[in-house]
Design a protein around this ligand. Structure first.
Ligand code: G3I
Length: 356
């Protein structure tokens, strides 16, 4: 390996920055020997978790596996851990998808995030039929302790509760809220902390990234209340399913990140995608690229953002077209598994940020 002067200076600069871990410093040294570092290597050098929600087939299909390995140091299952899939019957656990992902991640030195433990959607019939608070608490306890104890030391972070707030900022009247009660969120976090005190515990929601929105402000109040009550919560996940044909309010995003920082709560960009209409012209494509680049710029320059996870990487396998008819092209790879132009712009941003 030949290190030229420029790279030595870069390494020294990084070492001066005490907030950068030795893993990141090693990554920079490795980068110095690579002609074209991968997205994952660049993220490692920035001490950024770069993640993706994957589907079971992604790890057993060669061209998809190459993309996963090149780009991500954090994996989560798009659907494998949802209650109806993982635990469809009270006496049956379907571990295969998650076990496979966890073993794969271990082999490839990646981190794994569990998503989601408690959600109103994708519930099996026996849960939907719960009648009492006691029964709900029993289900929560069983689910949370079984999963966290099984994957202790292997899954390092969890979306403990997902999407508990309505668009207008009121609490969602889910089965958990109505049958267990408004304290189901506190209870779930306490159970998770007890089952694995080392796991990072996250509240995750959509439309909560930009300060000033009803949903976002309600999320902040919810998390603030939890912190004040001493509930073991470590981070908030901003899903960031964005529209590339809309303006991007960078200030509102940064202000929101900062108010969580003041609370001692870390921020994850947890499910990023940027959809556009099928009829998009040049202007919308340009705006979409700007949104992607702004998101990475914010993630790299706000020290309270630890993670940039995407909800899928490829337009071919996207969840978006069935849910938002007429919209798509929301990911960094196109339907032919080719990276889009903005992909290289993002790599450039990551590369340029290493020295800052
Ligand atoms: O696996 C069945 C298949 O057997 C059946 O033939 C087919 C017919 O509809 O459905 C398949 O299941 C679908 C599953 O995705 C796998 O493709 C479900 O119907 C469908 O509802 C499910 O959608 C998922 C959705 O969450 C609901 O769980 C999406 O893939 C997934 O991307 C989406 O992810 C959510 C996050 O968990 C939370 N935040 C928002 C995000 C996007 O909605």
């Amino acid at each position: 390996m030949v290190l030229n002067k420029e790279w030595f200076v870069k390494i020294l600069n990084v070492r001066k920055n005490l907030r950068i871990t030795s893993v990141a410093v090693c990554s920079v040294i490795i980068l110095a020997s690579c002609a074209t570092p991968s997205m994952r290597e660049l993220a490692d050098a920035n001490d950024l978790k770069i993640g993706c929600a994957i589907q079971a087939g992604d790890l057993v299909t060669e061209n998809r596996e190459v993309i996963v390995n090149e780009n991500f140091n954090l994996l989560l299952s798009e659907n494998g851990m949802k209650w109806a899939n993982l635990h469809p019957n009270q006496r049956f656990w379907n571990w295969s998808d998650v076990d496979h992902m966890v073993a794969y991640a271990e082999e490839h030195n990646m981190e794994v995030k569990g998503h989601p433990l408690v959600w109103h959607s994708q519930l099996p019939t026996y849960v939907k039929l719960m009648e009492t608070r006691e029964q709900g608490i029993e289900y929560l306890q069983d689910e949370i302790s079984t999963v966290l104890e099984r994957y202790k030391g292997k899954i390092t972070q969890y979306d403990v509760v997902n999407e508990a707030i309505n668009d207008d900022g009121t609490m969602r009247e889910s089965i958990w809220y109505t049958k267990v009660g408004p304290d189901f969120i506190d209870l779930a976090f306490q159970m998770a902390h007890k089952a694995d005190p080392t796991a990072k515990l996250i509240y995750n929601d959509y439309d909560v990234a930009f300060k000033g929105g009803a949903h976002a402000d309600a999320c902040y109040e919810l998390v603030k209340g939890m912190v004040e009550r001493g509930i073991p919560i470590n981070a908030v996940g901003f899903q960031l399913h964005l529209c590339g044909d809309q303006p991007f309010n960078e200030k509102a995003l940064r202000d929101n990140i900062k108010r969580y920082e003041d609370l001692g709560i870390e921020v994850e960009f947890s499910e990023v995608d940027v959809r556009i209409p099928a009829s998009a012209g040049d202007q919308i494509y340009a705006n979409q690229e700007l949104v992607w680049k702004s998101l990475f710029t914010v993630a790299l320059t706000e020290p309270n953002v630890s993670t940039f996870a995407m909800w899928g990487y490829c337009d071919l396998l996207s969840w978006i077209p069935p849910v938002f008819p007429g919209y798509g092209q929301a990911h960094l790879y196109d339907k032919l598994y080719q990276p889009k132009p903005v992909y290289n712009d993002i790599k450039k941003l990551l590369s340029e940020n290493i020295n800052k």
